[in-house]
Design a binder for this molecule. Structure first.
Ligand SMILES: Nc1ncnc2c1ncn2[C@@H]1O[C@H](COP(=O)(O)OP(=O)(O)O)[C@@H](O)[C@H]1O
Ligand SMILES: [Mg+2]
Length: 334
């Protein structure tokens, strides 16, 4: 079961129609998530991580659309479901969303309802998918909060979201996402808003839950250090494409794309002064004027004439792919 693919994304293109102009935020992304494993998806802000996640969950806004490609989810029974073919609000998607595939959002406040106690919010999520009494659901909610090491869990069920600190709120979000014991958890920058110590605690808790429940996780973050802590495989995204993909060991040990090398250099080391931290020069181009050829070329010290063409994915070693014409030079000097 271990190496079975539970989610396969193939050539995904997702776009938005903004003022009648189509913008493509995800441009031909392919990856697979294996059962019981953690896939890290990294990249700077705006590279299409959340849009990829929202495509999988069918949570795009009305003016957003999957224009090409497929998202195949394999149920526990072995049945394969092409998510992009389901209606967003149809029964099948509602069954999958929250129960089989669930998501932790970047901003906990926007997904918790301020006017309901958190116990009710967790219980409601359970009762949406399973036939249990309110009392049973609340009991499970309490157990989940205990698993997530929230002190005085039983009393805290009656508290409202504003009574929780940022870190505790994020634990509640994890509890809601894990309430129905999903097979896949998509965690979209689950710790970005938190300080470093709290981040470490949340990551440790997620690892524990993942081990105990065998959940497959897609861990989205702009933090390379965090991915190294948790993930088995890593996909590095830039401007809606995966520019490097491989096992954590392969990519950390021999990053082949100049962008990946830059992200790794930018990982803060404990005790290092913030102003000494490396950052990749320039910024991500706008989707409105997407450059022709390699989108990273304008920021890349290895750019050559060849980079006027969009690079093909090449295999550096088995299972390790990169989209860069000059990866050999970059690897030698990086
Ligand atoms: N609802 C939307 N409408 C229009 N453009 C969007 C929308 N959501 C995201 N985008 C654009 O798509 C690109 C990818 O965004 P996103 O996936 O949110 O990036 P991130 O990697 O930071 O999660 C960005 O250029 C962003 O501006
Ligand atoms: Mg995002």
């Amino acid at each position: 079961m271990k190496d079975d693919i539970i989610l396969q994304v193939e050539n995904l293109h997702t776009g938005f129609l903004v003022d009648n102009v189509p913008l493509e935020a995800v441009s031909g992304v392919s990856f697979s998530l294996k059962a019981g494993r953690v896939l890290g998806v990294v990249g700077e802000s705006g590279c299409g991580k959340s849009v990829t996640a929202h495509s999988i969950m069918q949570l795009l806004p009305k003016y957003g659309r999957i224009t090409e490609g497929s998202i195949t989810y394999t149920r526990a029974t072995g049945e394969k479901i092409e998510i992009q073919k389901l209606r967003r609000t149809g029964n099948q998607m509602r069954q999958i969303r929250g129960k089989e595939i669930s998501m932790i959002f970047q901003d906990p406040m926007s997904s918790l309802n301020p006017v309901y106690p958190i116990g009710d919010q967790i219980a409601e999520n359970i009762r949406e998918h399973e036939k249990v009494t309110k009392r049973e659901a609340l009991d499970r909610a309490r157990k989940l909060l205990e698993d997530l090491e929230i002190p005085s869990a039983a009393e805290r069920l009656g508290d409202y979201p504003h009574q929780f600190s940022g870190g505790m709120k994020q634990r509640v979000m994890i509890a809601i996402a894990m309430a129905c014991n999903p097979r896949i958890l998509i965690a979209d920058e689950p710790t970005t808003a938190l300080d470093v110590t709290i981040q470490a605690q949340i990551i440790a808790l997620m690892k524990k839950l993942q081990r105990e429940h065998g959940t497959s996780i897609m861990m989205i973050t702009h933090n390379m250090g965090l991915v190294a802590e948790m993930a088995d495989e890593i996909a590095v995204m830039y401007m809606g494409r995966i520019v490097e993909y491989g096992s954590i060991r392969q990519v950390m040990k021999s990053p082949a794309h100049p962008y990946t090398q830059g992200l790794l250099k930018a990982v803060p080391v404990l005790g290092m002064k913030k102003d000494r931290l490396y950052s990749i020069k320039g910024s991500t181009p706008s989707l409105v004027d997407r450059p022709a050829g390699c989108e990273f070329a304008s920021r890349c010290e290895y750019a050559t004439e060849a980079c006027r063409q969009v690079p093909r994915a090449v295999e550096v070693e088995p299972g390790h792919q990169v989209r860069c014409w000059n990866y050999k030079e970059a690897t030698d000097n990086g």
